[in-house]
Design a protein around this ligand. Sequence first.
Ligand code: FRU
Length: 483
Amino acid sequence: TFKKYEKVFREDYEKWYRANEAYRNEVKADPDRLSYHLMPETGWLNDPNGLCQFKGEYHIYYQYTPFEPTGELKLWGHYRTRDFVHFDSCEPVLFPDSDEDAHGVYSGSAFSEGDTIHYFYTGNVKLFDRPDYDYIMAGRLSNTLHVTSRDGFHFSPKQLLMSNKDYPSDISAHVRDPKVIRREDGCYMVLGARDEDSRGLVLVYRSQDLERWEYHGRIVTKEAFGYMWECPDLFLLDGKLCLICCPQGVEKSGLDFWNVHQCTAVVLDYDFRPGTWELPDRTAIHMLDRGFDFYAPQTFEDEKGRRILIGWMGIPDASYTNPTVKKGWQHALTLPRQLHLEGDRLIQEPMEELKALRKGCRSYENGKSLKEEHALCCEILADFTDCTYMKLELRKGVWLTWEDHILSLKLGVCGSGRDTRKVEIERLNKLHIFSDTTSLEIFINQGREVFTTRVYGQESGLSLDCDGKVQVVVYDLAGLEYR
Ligand code: FRU
């Protein structure tokens, strides 16, 4: 296929695509493929990119290496939908074909204005004469690029906006993942970065015309919080400003930060004054998801004014090999979720549209008698009253339990080497669970806590044991339809 780190042009990809029908069929036939989640047709997928709704259509781009499942040379893959049930599987839109992004069209975002969508992304360039492990002299350039489109499919020539020499002098070569927010006084771009003392932070730039960007300031923490922040996303939600970002290198603390890399959210009263802005104290920063597989989410506002989030259902983790790698593919996107604030807490709930996937429905007035042999691709809604403990088997060997206020997800034999994640929950009121062939998304107490994970083992078997009262509804779910 392709040698690592050579440019890939659209024509190269098209030729490769024509020659690889057998590869596609092989992946399609894998029983581990998900039924109602977006995946790469072949190869590797990571971050969602360029999320937007434009003229009624939702565009979901993503980091994509079609050629092989371990993810090296990144393109932007593309799905389009109107309803999150029927999808067009479209050709990739951006290729690593220019001197500014020759070794990866890295993550970025969309910003639509009038009849144009603006995209901002990071062009990764490897400098082969320098070591990549030295983070200051890192063997890379992180270019900030801009392209536009009037339909989400055809893109303008690439425009270089900024390169390493333009970032502040105390910042290392690691700068990436631009996201733009509009305010009355201009547009602001946030970029994830690592400084020369190896602390993660957000750089803020400002522009009036989306082409000339000036350094405006930075968002930092008082105490170091990881060495690099990826994929920052600054947006208004229910009248407050929120920052989601993915700090790398945060140490475990109690039940928190157990993944290799984290995804965190915080409400902040950043006033966009130039200079350095310190986040409120660390305790205000909370984890967005407690599962094994959640990283690099992106949000956007749709035409109904909803703030929607899609994440990467995967995580960079050298200590574990996803079993689908040997079948030629890896990773997926999460279900789309709608965000709200409850106080200063960001809550996530599956999008309304997903109700259209529901097929058969079974409801249990007394859920304690729940025992089902066949539910695997299903949605489970459980309402608890006066419950003090709960044990739910989600498929053979996978347990969600709540005892002594600790909610714990145990993957057991289905974890492929990964075992347990936990969170403390004062009261258990509601569970809303989406189970797909090889994934689980568990929304607790209306999305105050979420566990997202891949799970490997498809022997179905659903049963519940708890005290108090519980009402349960189980829906079988249809798969997505592709054109
Ligand atoms: C996050 C990330 C981004 C980068 C992209 C490359 O998963 O590392 O920081 O732009 O993936 O694929």
